[in-house]
Write a protein that binds this ligand. Structure first.
Ligand SMILES: NC(=O)C1=CN([C@@H]2O[C@H](COP(=O)(O)OP(=O)(O)OC[C@H]3O[C@@H](n4cnc5c(N)ncnc54)[C@H](O)[C@@H]3O)[C@@H](O)[C@H]2O)C=CC1
Ligand code: BAL
Length: 503
């Protein structure tokens, strides 16, 4: 029998974590059926932390069956109020264990503990509170009068077994964006964390069990995307799938649904979100928001404002201030321990992502010969892990690959525009439509922008300050469907129409 737990020491916080390493099926940790494991690496040091069990197709069948049995026999008979009570129990446990959960995010995903990791936990607690309260509120249908002898009503019913595929940039937060709403709506779940960030969700499984959720309601299957993710997407007994990750894999998930049982699909995919700065904006505030909107989480945000367009009259001033703030507030140099309070920009997630981002930087510098500023020397000689200094490319043409493709790192492109029409044309010229931001003192221009931009989220005089009560999702190739807010429950419910004949 393989070891299904290990003790992880985190000396910076003086804590030791009893870390589960198995698949979580029917409220028990178990080994994978074929004995395969995956090593997970600390991105701030490049060192292996531990290895965990990697699910096989057989394990996928086992987890889906557990979820199906739990749905048919227990969860579909559990009242909405009781579902809310389980979620409230979970909230209490998350509150008690927030430091441990955040520490695992720092260890496994490299997130600066005090800012990013604890920030993720704050959001997770808020959304768990929100969805606990929503379990008995958003599952109501309508009555539709038809004639004196006929009426119809609608029932909002859960799909049944829902699969969820999670990315590595917000391992626990993205899982919770999906998990809590789906449970509030009355579904049972099989969740696959990303292969490089599975530890926090496996630890979270222990809280699911302690909170009292019946066996089989939540099943967690660490493993490879090409195997576990693919098998869930094409599984004949999964009723709905929700995915967050690259647009390319989102397409595969949609295709797998079409080739199997037409399961309902929600996709949260990539982005190349624009931020527009007009000459009537408060420039200092715009610079602060835009720097945070690209450099927070080392730029690994689907909504990162990775394209910045600035009105030509203030362009030079903006660029000067932007470089200053990047250097002052977001530099990587000097602190490579994400548990240290002074570390604000952590490493990127993996050597693969590091190499990918480095290639983009080389492309901009050498092939496209763009003007580039970095807050410190790159490669960062003193760092063992995957640290990339904030990088700003200026005067970038619209055709540049750096401006069109999602880089998913602390790399931003800045360009000029002359007037509103010019700016809108540039801002909408992309296959993505996830988020957008405008900085202006003119309220009319702000509302025109909200009308004209093709994006699922619009920020007026701010950026990347999402709230769990507000729906989130993309236009165009950024996704299908919405999460968070009431949509976070609605997306896990389907409508049944009942026609009643009184004659
Ligand atoms: N929108 C977002 O939040 C995210 C966007 N990305 C984008 O994707 C790029 C590449 O990162 P990757 O790790 O390769 O992203 P990815 O899209 O491959 O990974 C996301 C999740 O999908 C799973 N997956 C992979 N192949 C699958 C398949 N065939 N069927 C079902 N599930 C599958 C992975 O195991 C992981 O859990 C990033 O540079 C970034 O541009 C990555 C992560 C999150
Ligand atoms: N900001 C949370 C969504 C994402 O970046 O993946």
């Amino acid at each position: 029998m393989p070891n299904l737990y290990t003790d992880l020491e985190i000396p910076q916080l003086k804590i030791s974590v009893r870390q589960p390493l198995g698949l979580f099926i029917n409220n028990e940790f178990c080994p994978s059926s074929d004995g395969k494991t995956i090593e997970t690496v600390n991105p701030s040091t490049g060192e292996v932390i531990t290895s965990f069990q990697a699910a096989s197709e057989k394990d996928v069948d086992k987890a889906v069956k557990a979820a199906r049995d739990a749905f048919e026999n227990v969860w579909s008979k559990t009242s909405a109020e009781q579902r809310g009570i389980y979620l409230s129990n979970l909230l209490k446990l998350i509150e008690e264990e927030q430091e441990t959960l955040a520490a695992l995010e720092t260890l496994d995903a490299g997130k600066p503990f005090h800012s990013n990791a604890m920030g993720d936990l704050a959001q997770i607690m808020q959304l768990t509170r929100y969805f606990a309260g929503s379990a008995d509120k958003y599952n109501k249908g309508d009555t539709i009068p038809l004639s004196s002898e006929k009426f119809a009503y609608t029932l909002k019913v859960p799909f049944g077994v829902v699969a969820q595929i999670i990315p590595w940039n917000y391992p626990l937060a993205m899982a919770c964006w999906k998990l809590q709403g789906a449970l509030a709506a009355g579904n049972t779940l099989v969740i696959k964390p990303a292969e490089n960030t599975s530890l926090s969700l496996l630890y979270f499984a222990t809280l699911i069990k302690k909170a009292g959720f019946p066996a089989g309601v939540v099943n967690i299957l660490p493993g490879y995307g090409m195997l576990v993710g693919k098998s869930l997407a094409s599984h004949m007994d999964v009723d709905k799938i929700s995915f967050t990750g690259s647009t390319k894999v989102g397409g595969f998930v949609l295709e797998a649904s079409g080739q199997s049982n037409l399961k309902d699909v929600t996709l949260e995919c990539g982005g190349k979100s624009p931020a527009l700065v007009f000459e009537d904006a408060d420039l200092d505030k715009a610079v602060d928001w835009i720097a945070a909107g690209i450099f927070y989480n080392s730029g690994q945000n689907c909504t990162a404002n990775s394209r910045v367009y600035v009105q030509s009259s203030i362009y030079d001033k903006f660029v000067e201030k932007f470089k200053e703030i990047a250097k002052k507030d977001w530099d990587v140099s000097g602190n490579f321990d994400p548990f240290d309070e002074k570390c604000l920009v952590g490493p990127v997630i993996s050597s693969t992502q590091y190499d990918r981002i480095k290639e983009f930087i080389e492309l901009g510098k050498k092939e496209e010969k763009l003007s580039m500023f970095q807050t410190s020397e790159f490669p960062v000689e003193q760092a063992k892990g995957y640290f990339i200094p904030p990088t700003i490319f200026t005067d970038v043409p619209q055709s540049s690959r750096l401006l069109q493709e999602e880089i998913f790192g602390p790399v931003v492109v800045v360009s000029k525009f002359e007037n509103y029409d010019d700016a809108m044309k540039l801002a909408n010229d992309t296959c993505y439509g996830l988020a957008s931001a405008i900085f202006t003192g003119d309220v009319k221009k702000a509302h025109m922008f909200a009308r004209d931009i093709k994006a699922g989220t619009v920020w007026v005089n701010s950026s990347n300050d999402e709230d769990v009560t507000v729906p989130f999702g993309g236009f165009k190739m950024s996704g299908i469907g919405r999460e968070l807010g009431q949509s976070g429950v609605d997306t896990y419910l389907q409508t049944k129409a009942v026609h009643v004949n009184l004659k």
